[in-house]
Design a protein around this ligand. Structure first.
Ligand code: PMP
Length: 304
């Protein structure tokens, strides 16, 4: 991976290689921790974090859900992320990974009283599903693994433990020769990708499921805003697997994945097998926003 100079941990900036934990770190054993994934883009006015406040708010909400008391305020954590990017002097686009975890000093499942640690790392990271995928679309497999049901997990939290589910789905898809997994919910409707929300286009209508069985995605919300602004009709409703097969277009959205077209699902070619027209329009609009070219969305950028 692309190492950077400094990582922020519990109030201090420390060298990248010194950001270590004990093997009896509580989160390593029992999986209670929360994190974020945020991007910063090199705009013509310098590096800017996209929707910093929304990501930081979601981080704190995730911690609240899993009963972890965070010893830093939203304002403090936002300032730290800006300072981290300034100090690391990045030349390319950056991915920011705040992590809140329970540390060494207490074992057993009753986690209250375990020390809480907050770390924020950042490094240069390009397209998550590949540059080629952004342009030509990726091949996707509906997963045999059901997305964590809301009856037993907390889908509104970006919780460490939720990602065993995602990892197994991703592994299965890659091993089968696909690039990403599409997970169904426990009733068989489309939930989300292993780390992305999902959209289709049918007869000019943009459709994405409600967030009952997906993370409340910041990229999804941005794309919906862009679509409404362009008078593209939008529906938030459940989608079945066979409806995906006959969609005109499909794409994933996520901070890491950005807007990635899908050209094939389970061996069925989607539309003409290329990035669809509406997908392209929304992808370009999204990049105009994150790179600061669309001035009407400047409020989503925090320049370092
Ligand atoms: N679903 C899951 C499971 C994710 O991990 C992510 C990535 N954070 C998303 C959806 C997309 O969320 P966002 O657009 O806020 O990055």
């Amino acid at each position: 991976m692309n190492e950077a100079k400094l990582i922020w941990m519990d109030g201090e900036f420390i060298p990248w290689n010194d950001a270590k934990v004990h093997v009896l770190t509580h989160t390593l054993h029992y999986g209670n921790g929360v994190f974020e994934g945020t991007r910063a883009y090199q705009t013509e006015d310098g590096l800017a974090i996209f929707r910093l406040q929304d990501h930081t708010k979601r981080l704190l909400n995730s911690a609240k859900i899993v009963k972890i008391d965070v010893p830093f305020s939203q304002e403090e954590l936002e300032e730290v992320q800006l300072e981290l990017l300034r100090k690391n002097d990045f030349k390319q686009n950056v991915y920011i990974r705040p992590l809140i975890f329970l540390g060494y000093g207490k074992m057993g499942l009753y986690h209250i009283g375990a020390p809480v640690h907050v770390a924020i790392a950042a490094w240069e990271w390009g397209a998550y599903l590949g540059e080629e995928g952004l342009e030509n679309g990726i091949r996707v497999k509906v997963s045999s693994i059901t997305r964590n049901p809301v009856k037993s997990t907390f889908g509104k939290a970006k919780a460490v433990a939720n990602y065993l589910n995602s990892q197994m789905a991703k592994y299965e898809a890659i091993e089968a020769g696909y690039e990403e997994a599409l997970m169904l919910d426990d009733e068989g409707f489309i939930a989300e990708g292993s780390g992305e929300c999902f959209f289709i286009v049918r007869d000019g209508v943009l459709i994405t499921p409600p967030n009952d069985n997906s993370l409340e995605s910041i990229t999804q919300a941005t794309v919906l805003e862009l679509a409404r602004e362009r008078d593209i009709p939008v529906e938030r409703r459940r989608i079945t697997r066979d409806e995906v097969y006959i969609a005109d277009e499909a794409f994933f959205t996520g901070t890491a994945a950005e807007v990635t077209p899908i050209r094939e699902v389970d061996g069925r070619i989607i539309g003409n097998g290329k990035r669809g027209e509406i997908t392209k329009e929304l992808q370009e609009a999204y990049f105009d926003v994150v790179y600061g070219r669309d001035k009407s969305y400047k409020h989503y950028l925090t320049y370092i």
